[in-house]
Design a protein around this ligand. Sequence first.
Ligand code: GLN
Length: 445
Amino acid sequence: FDRIKEVDEKVGAFLTLDEENAIARAKDLDKQLENGELDEGNILFGLPVGIKDNMVTKGLRTTAASKILENFVPVHDATVVEKLRDAGTVTVGKLNMDEFAMGSSNENSAYKIVHNPWHLDYVPGGSSGGSAAAVAAREVPFALGSDTGGSVRQPASYCGVVGLKPTYGRVSRFGLIAFASSLDQIGPMTTSVEDNAYVLQKIAGHDERDSTSAHVEVPDYLAALTGEVKGLRIGVPKEYLGEGVSEGVREKVVEALEVLKELGAEWEEVSIPHAKYSLSAYYMLASSEASSNLARFDGIRYGVRHTGDNLIDTYKKSRSEGFGDEVKRRIMLGTFALSSGYYDAYYLKAQKVRTLIKQDFEDLFLKYDVIIGPTAPTTAFKLGEAVDDPMTMYVNDILTNQINLAGVPAISVPCGLSEGLPVGLQIIGKHFDEATVFRVAHAYE
Ligand code: GLN
């Protein structure tokens, strides 16, 4: 808390702090430890953690950085929060984000912006900008983020930390405020690959409260960190190093590939033929799912109510006052794409494109162990620079959202600086093969 107080006024990573409860919990853990009731060997024991504010925390305000949830205090914990608590961690507070996880710069938070700890005039990335900045500024040793189209990896890249989006279904989404349910995944944000593996180990696994969480065994991720990549086959899609990717980013990624080559891995250029359609398909599908998921925020069941003359009027007022511009834009886009007469042309078409992209990845993984490229086309940009231009903002996740469409796991690891700002290397693996992703990331790191 001393460290948070020292820097967070400048960084803006936290929306809510829970100091009193956290300290009480830490004292309680101490007592249990003294009484021999707890396993001292548990690596996460006693560590403070920050949770992105779209994961529900019992008794602790959860806003998703939206005005519409300004007063929302959940009655239960998300599964990930519960699992971390069982592992002996201490939740210190809730982290800033783009409203309902929609954005790439954290400037869509209804409360305050987050500053990139490397350079306070720059964005931290988004939507898990608070999580990335809190870890980068050493306010917490690790945090949880969520990733629908890049929201763990892109801010990790901009803030020089490690961020993993696990395979869709690897981590329970129970208690994650839904944005686009077929894409959303929760992932750890840490300062090292090893830490990331420790956290995933604790939060992964099937959960009967999330029917999309998979019945797939969770391997020993720490055992995967062998440092060994000899003979590993890497595919590098030419689309990932082409037009739109800045020179500084390209240079650092190629340097990283050379490091892996020196360690005995082999890489060659490949292609993801449908990559160029992923941005359109992603924004169509994510907005459609969002328009449906966000229907529940009506001022009646949750959050802030603005009373009107009748029920419909109350819905309208609550939603008009409660949602920010970007959220409204997505709801309108999604509602349009799902409406009769347009459904086939937009939503269904985007679903078909999604299948093609997934097949592109499956084809590549017949031959390659991992696919590598940059996490984002550029380093962090200046605060305010893209805030009025949704298209420029959307292009930020051109290299990340196709991974969500395919459902495969991917990590962003720091691979150097370009003009003083961090560059992220993205390592993409096969479905449920986070172990190989960790192995390669760790060997490189
Ligand atoms: N920037 C993307 C969007 O705004 C990604 C969001 C996310 O992954 N939550 O939709």
